[in-house]
Design a protein around this ligand. Structure first.
Ligand SMILES: *Cc1c(COP(=O)(O)O)cnc(C)c1O
Length: 460
C-alpha cells in the first residue's frame, strides 16, 4: 500500500512527551493489551469496507487524506486529549490554536480579527450566520439571508435554526451566483446577508465576489464567504481563470470567512475555521461559565465559540502541519494546490478531446473539480449510463463520484435556471484534491477509457 511513517514518528515523539511528565509516580492504565490487540485486529478488518481514500486512484468525493504529520501530531495529542474550550483543559493546544488560526487569517491578509477552529464547516457557517443575525438585529433589522442555488445545502437549514429567512439566488450555467438575480432580491430592501460561495461543493464554482462587493456599496449588506472547500486557493489566485482570480483577490473584503482545514488543509476530520474581520463581534458571545475560567486571565477560546468542548488535538495537528508546510504563496503547500488545479484542467481537456462526453459549456474547472455528462437521448438514460460508468471505473480500481446537475449546464435549455428536481441529470464528478493526481493522470485515464469502452460501446 504505502510506507506509513506515522508509527515511527509517533513512537519517538510519545517517549519525549512521556518524559515531560516523568516526575509523576507511574501507574498502569486500564485495559488488557492482548484483548485490545485482538479487538483492534477485528477493527482493522472492518475498516477494509471503505473506498481507498488515501490512494491517488481515489478521485471521487471531497476527501483528502490528512498529512502523515497531522495524523502523528493528532495521535500524540491524544495521550493528553486536551479540550480547547478553556486553557484549563488545553493550555498548549489553545496557544497552538491561536497561532494556527493566525496563520490561516494571514492568507487573507487579516491581522486583527476574531476567529477559532470549529468541529467543521457546518458549525463554522452556523456561527457566521448567527453573528450576521445578531448584527442585523442591532442595526436595521434586515434579517434575510441569500445564497446561490449552488451554495452548500446546510445554509438553508442553518438559517431555519437561527430563524432567519433564507432565499435561493439563481446560478448561471457554471454554478455561480447570478448578479442580476441577486440584485433583484436586493431591491426588495430586506437582505441582511449574502452568502458568497468560493468553491461550491458540487463543481468548485466561484461566486463573483468582486461583483457582489460592488452591489454591497450600493445596497449595504453583510457578506459571508463560505470558502470551506475553496479558501486555500487564495494562495494561488494567478493560477486560476480571471473570474475566479478576481473573486479570490476580493476575499479579504468579506465580513466573515469559513475555511475547512479538514477539506484542503491536510487535517483529520473535526477541523473547520471561522474568521470575522471585525473582532468586536466577540461581544455577541459573552456569557458566564462558572467552572471553566479560573486559572488564566488570558482569552479563553470557549468565550468566543458557540461550541463548548472541542478537540485540542485538531489544533495541535494543524499547528504542526503549518510548521512543515507554511501557508505562503509560492510555498510547497500552495504548489500542491496548483498541482490539483492542473490535474483538473488536464482531465477536463482529455474529456473534451475524447469527444464522447459532454463537458460544461461554460468552460473548464475553476478549482479542482471536474464534472461531465454521458451522451444519451434522454436525461434518464444519461443518468443510468453515468451510474454504469461509475461502477465500471470502480471495478478497475478508479473511484469517481456522481452528482446531479442542471441539464442546461450542458447546453440543453435556458442559461440560467433555479435548481429543482426537474431538469437535473446525474453526471460523473471527480475531485482531484491530491497533488499526486497530476502524476497519476495517465493511469487514471487508462482505467477510465477502458471502463468507457465497456459502458459506451459494450466492449471490455
Ligand atoms: C464541505 C462544505 C461545507 C460543510 O462543511 P463540513 O466541514 O462538511 O461541515 C460547507 N460549505 C462548503 C462550500 C463546503 O464545501
Amino acid at each position: 500500500m504505502f510506507a506509513d511513517p506515522v508509527p515511527g514518528l509517533l513512537a519517538r515523539a510519545t517517549s519525549l512527551l512521556e518524559a515531560e511528565f516523568a516526575a509523576l509516580p507511574s501507574f498502569e492504565p486500564a485495559g488488557d493489551p492482548a484483548e485490545m490487540a485482538r479487538i483492534l485486529e477485528i477493527t482493522a478488518k472492518k475498516l477494509g469496507d471503505n473506498y481507498p481514500y488515501f490512494h491517488p486512484l481515489y478521485a471521487g468525493q471531497m476527501l483528502k487524506p490528512p498529512h502523515p504529520l497531522a495524523r502523528a501530531a493528532y495521535a500524540l495529542a491524544m495521550t493528553l486529549n486536551p479540550n480547547n474550550h478553556a486553557r484549563d483543559g488545553g493550555r498548549a493546544s489553545s496557544q497552538m490554536e491561536i497561532e494556527a488560526v493566525g496563520h490561516i487569517a494571514a492568507i487573507f491578509g487579516w491581522e486583527e480579527f476574531l476567529g477559532h477552529l470549529t468541529s467543521g464547516g457546518t458549525f463554522a457557517n452556523l456561527e457566521a450566520l448567527w453573528v450576521a443575525g445578531r448584527v442585523a438585529a442591532g442595526r436595521r433589522g434586515d434579517f434575510r439571508v441569500v445564497g446561490s442555488a449552488q451554495a452548500h445545502y446546510t445554509h438553508r437549514r442553518i438559517s431555519a435554526i437561527l430563524q432567519l429567512p433564507y432565499t435561493e439566488i439563481a446560478a448561471d450555467s457554471y454554478g455561480r451566483m447570478s448578479l442580476e438575480a441577486l440584485e433583484a432580491e436586493l431591491r426588495k430592501g430586506d437582505v441582511g446577508t449574502v452568502v458568497a460561495t468560493l468553491g461550491s461543493t458540487a463543481t468548485g464554482a466561484v461566486d463573483p465576489l468582486d461583483g457582489i462587493l460592488e452591489l454591497r456599496r450600493r445596497y449595504g449588506f453583510r457578506i459571508h464567504a463560505d470558502a470551506a472547500y475553496g479558501g486555500y486557493f487564495r494562495l494561488i489566485p494567478d493560477a486560476l481563470d480571471e473570474a475566479a482570480r478576481r473573486a479570490f483577490v476580493a476575499l479579504p473584503e468579506a465580513d466573515s470567512i469559513v475555511i475547512d482545514p479538514h477539506k484542503h488543509g491536510l487535517q483529520p476530520y473535526g477541523c473547520g475555521c471561522v474568521l470575522f474581520r471585525d473582532p468586536a463581534v466577540g461581544r455577541f458571545y459573552k456569557h458566564d461559565s462558572p467552572y471553566t475560567y479560573f486559572t488564566s486571565s488570558q482569552l479563553h477560546l470557549g468565550e468566543i465559540s458557540l461550541e463548548c468542548s472541542r478537540a485540542g488535538a485538531s489544533a495541535v495537528a494543524l499547528w504542526a502541519t503549518h510548521q512543515l508546510l507554511p501557508l505562503t504563496p509560492g510555498g510547497e503547500f500552495a504548489h500542491g494546490l496548483a498541482c490539483c488545479h492542473a490535474a483538473a484542467l488536464e482531465l477536463d481537456r482529455r474529456l473534451r478531446r475524447d469527444g464522447r462526453f459532454e463537458a460544461l459549456v461554460a468552460g473548464g474547472p475553476e478549482l479542482d473539480i471536474v464534472v461531465w455528462k454521458l451522451p444519451a437521448p434522454t436525461a434518464a438514460e444519461a443518468s443510468a449510463r453515468a451510474q454504469k460508468l461509475f461502477a465500471a471505473c470502480a471495478a478497475r480500481g478508479l473511484h469517481l463520484a456522481l452528482v446531479q446537475l442542471p441539464q442546461s449546464w450542458f447546453g440543453l435549455g435556458r442559461d440560467t435556471q433555479r435548481i429543482g428536481q426537474q431538469g437535473l441529470v446525474t453526471c460523473l464528478r471527480s475531485v482531484l484534491m491530491k497533488p499526486e493526481h497530476e502524476a497519476w493522470m495517465d493511469s487514471m485515464w487508462e482505467r477510465f477509457t477502458a471502463a468507457s469502452a465497456e459502458v459506451l460501446e459494450g466492449r471490455d
